[in-house]
Ligand binder design. Structure first.
Ligand SMILES: Nc1ncnc2c1ncn2[C@@H]1O[C@H](COP(=O)(O)OP(=O)(O)OP(=O)(O)O)[C@@H](O)[C@H]1O
Ligand SMILES: [Mg+2]
Length: 465
């Protein structure tokens, strides 16, 4: 954080100073969770559905925070503003403006933003001090909070940008104008709210529209909707792709080891290098190519990129975590979220890992698909029943909304696997307890709202999270 006095914070946000010394300085972290408030920090009070941050203003000050950012007066050092996200955005923008040498990259797409951001950050950190969000801090709160962590030493910001509607990414790009923009894919995540894939593409493409003429748009050549974004930017276009022969940064000879970890030959204009990822699932190959293309544009040489990709680990939890139980059962915890593309990717990985045994999928519902929800669930069920030679050995649908998965699977007449419905994750774990044998593989996946990570923990004999 670049130190700012309360008077300056009030000026930047157009706010009013409440109690407190105008010369008192915020030099610590800006947070919206009062439990994370610490010495010298700023606690931004947000009124949520369950609790109101204003109630924790005094606790944040007691924990050492210099002040709180509020929308109604509180009896502690504070800056009163009309809109907290807008105030955070203004503060973040002032930090960016104070760091003209810092290079900003934004990453968006329907699936894989966090995975790619984590890969890219682990490369770019080798070039110099880098700020990247923790986990999936990618919206009107997480984005400015991440940017506010930047300081005088920061050379790179690798940011994740999310959208639930038109204009969201354009807004985030104003908070921290990126010079580098990566678009991974256009898929069905939140497609219901957007009103279809063309609208999703319109929204994601706002990232490349925001790039300056001397910027770089890094586009997935395997996704036609992403490639078409080349026409929407004045920046130079760099393409990546697994399938697309013409992409500038490519992967050839992709293969997966027995745990689904990809190895491939990375092809770039500088030459080629072998890469073996520690991450699981073929879907991480395009993510790695995107990260490689970005790092290359930031000046990293091919050997550094290949080495960095091979060393990179999964930093954010519950995404394709592969755990092996002592009894020889493998559990894939991919419970962070789910949409049709990411569930297919996970079933592909499951089928690969289950080659020597049986594959079971514990699937909760995919949220926010709008009118296509039932059909999308049925299609995924059918996909699970057709995968590999025989389809999965068991499909366990968790919760009522996931039930259409089973209808889809039953459409496949030749499928001999089990279709089972359970009310919750605990019931799924109970049901599998007697069924699983050594060399079986279980995938656990659902939208965030389903909280299926508890089922994965139960399958692993852990207390739960
Ligand atoms: N390139 C990809 N294509 C399809 N699925 C992917 C891809 N990358 C990751 N996934 C899947 O999507 C899930 C979520 O990955 P990740 O958290 O990286 O995505 P995200 O775009 O950041 O999601 P969110 O919108 O929740 O922030 C992973 O568990 C994985 O199964
Ligand atoms: Mg994310």
């Amino acid at each position: 954080m670049i130190p700012l006095s309360l008077a300056r914070i009030a000026q930047i946000t157009g706010g009013q100073l409440g109690h407190g010394d105008p010369d008192a300085v915020v030099s610590g972290e800006v947070v919206i969770d009062s439990r994370r408030a610490g010495p010298g920090g700023l606690f931004a009070a947000v009124a949520g559905e369950r609790s109101d941050g204003h109630d924790f203003a005094a606790a944040a000050i007691a924990a050492g925070a210099t002040a709180v950012l509020v929308t109604r007066p509180v009896p502690v050092p504070s800056v009163l503003v009309s809109d907290v996200p807008a105030a955070l955005a203004a503060l973040a923008r002032s930090v960016v403006d104070a760091l003209p040498a810092a290079r900003i990259a934004g990453i968006t797409g329907s699936s894989g933003k966090t995975s790619t951001k984590d890969l890219a950050a682990q490369l770019v950190e080798r070039l110099g001090p880098t700020i990247a969000p923790a986990g999936s801090f990618n919206n009107e709160f997480g984005h400015p909070l991440t940017v506010l962590r930047a300081g005088a030493a920061t050379r790179y910001l690798v940011l994740e940008l999310s959208a639930r509607g038109i204009g969201h990414i354009a807004y985030l790009c104003q908070v921290a104008p990126p010079r580098y923009g990566v678009v991974l894919n256009v898929g069905h995540a939140h497609a219901g709210e957007f009103g279809g894939l063309d609208q999703v593409a319109r929204a994601k493409g706002e990232l490349v529209e925001a790039l300056p003429a001397d910027g770089v748009a890094i586009l997935n050549a395997d996704d036609p909707r992403v490639l078409a974004m080349a026409a929407r930017t004045g920046a130079r276009v760099v393409t990546f792709g697994v399938e697309a022969g013409g992409a500038l940064v490519r992967a050839a000879d992709v293969r997966l080891d027995e745990l689904g970890r990809p190895a491939f030959t990375l092809l770039t204009p500088e030459g080629s290098a072998p890469v073996t990822l520690r991450l699981h699932g073929a879907h991480n190959v395009p993510n790695a190519l995107a990260a490689a293309a970005l790092a290359g544009e930031l000046g990293m040489d091919l050997d550094g990129i290949a080495d960095g990709l091979g060393a990179a680990v999964a930093r954010s939890r519950w995404r394709m975590e592969v755990h092996q139980r002592a009894d020889g059962v493998t559990v894939i915890n991919d419970a962070y979220n789910a949409n049709p593309e990411s569930v297919r990717a996970a079933i592909d990985a499951l089928a690969h890992l289950a080659q020597g045994g049986r594959g079971f999928a514990v699937l909760g519902h995919m949220a926010e698909l709008g009118g296509t929800s039932r059909a999308s669930h049925e299609d995924i069920g059918e996909y699970a029943a057709r995968i590999g030679d025989t389809g999965l050995a068991g499909l366990i649908a968790v919760g009522e909304e996931a039930a259409p998965l089973l209808d889809g699977a039953r459409r496949v007449r030749s499928w001999t696997g089990e279709a089972l419905a359970v009310p919750d994750g605990a019931a799924a774990a109970d049901l599998l307890a007697n069924r699983l044998k050594p060399s079986d593989v279980v995938l656990v996946k659902a939208s965030r709202a389903a909280h299926l990570e508890g089922a994965a923990a139960a399958l692993l004999g852990e207390a739960g999270q």
